[in-house]
Ligand binder design. Structure first.
Ligand code: SAM
Length: 285
């Protein structure tokens, strides 16, 4: 008998992975949580049937969501991470001695517990003494903060279910307020290729542009996400991620990374024409 995990990437496209076994399945107050094991991608986590992380390609996503802002402003000390229950974003952040606080706000404690048990590759640094775990809604948490964080990373699910509030104008406005004058916001920005994802991507982009003076979008190739072409948003009060890149300072840290490097950092902001057009459209809708 063959077992396959299948995800609909569009109404007419499906992506499947042959599964060796299912390691965990549960329903939390917020979502269905599954962990599988596969020959090609190793262990992987899905929420409500959507791919979150796989052992084989998570390095791409976590390198790009963390090292891009850290190389733009190596002075970052206080970080807020929203979502990110698998722990991969925190793992990369804890590699910087210069960071002194990481507040991680994850709505679903069961995701963190499942990842601690089944995905040690990503969850291994959640016990770092600089990490404060808060199990609550990121939308509510950020409302009460003012001028606190140098960096906010939104490592969320897609904009429906519990993640919906993390793509709203109110949320981006509260992130702006929670950031210091040098603050940077990085978010997972969906896929530009399939129409349904592109609608969410454009909406998020428009709202971020209405809130921040500097807004850029960058890309990475992530094989297990819809179309494999994934975007990240970079917004800030001051720093331009390309002009202000501190390549020498970042390279002097000697961090070994499997995907990120400072040449790729600059190249990632060079986006295809069809994506430029979508972003342009977003601001005129
Ligand atoms: N890398 C992943 C991706 O783009 O598919 C995201 C990974 S991480 C597992 C996403 C996390 O965001 C989930 O664990 C989910 O519970 C959490 N989340 C969703 N909505 C949230 C909210 N409003 N506040 C805090 N965390 C939230």
């Amino acid at each position: 008998m063959e077992l396959w995990y299948t995800e609909e990437h569009s109404e007419n496209v499906r992506f499947s992975i042959r599964v060796e076994k299912q390691l965990y399945s549960a329903k939390s107050k917020f979502q269905r949580i599954d962990v599988f094991e596969a020959k090609e991608f190793g262990r992987f986590l899905t929420l409500d049937g959507l791919m979150m992380v796989t052992e084989k390609d998570e390095f791409i996503y976590h390198d790009m969501i963390v090292h891009v802002p850290m190389a733009t402003n190596p002075k970052i000390q206080k970080v807020l991470v929203i979502g990110a229950g698998d722990g991969g974003t925190v793992r990369e952040l804890t590699r910087y001695d210069s960071i002194d606080t990481i507040d991680m706000v994850e709505i679903d404690q069961m995701v963190v517990e499942a990842c601690k048990k089944y995905l040690p590759q990503t969850s291994s640094r959640l016990e770092d003494p600089r990490v404060n775990l808060h199990f609550e809604d990121g939308l509510k948490f950020v409302r009460e903060k003012e001028n606190v964080y140098d960096l906010i990373i939104v490592d969320s699910t897609d904009p429906f279910g519990p993640g919906e509030g993390l793509f709203t104008k109110e949320f981006y406005g509260n992130c702006y307020k929670a950031l210091t004058a040098e603050g940077i916001l990085v978010n997972q920005h969906e896929c530009p290729y399939y129409d349904d994802y592109a609608v969410s991507m454009k909406r998020a982009h428009r709202r971020i542009c209405e809130t921040f003076p500097v807004v850029k979008v960058y890309q990475a190739h992530i094989p297990t996400y819809p179309s494999g072409h994934w975007l990240f948003g970079f917004a800030s009060k001051k720093f331009d991620p390309v002009k202000d890149l501190q390549a020498d300072q970042w390279n002097a840290l000697g961090l070994q990374t499997k995907y990120y490097n400072t040449e790729l950092h600059q190249g990632a902001f060079a986006i295809p024409n069809y994506v430029k057009d979508l972003l342009e459209e977003a601001n005129h809708e």
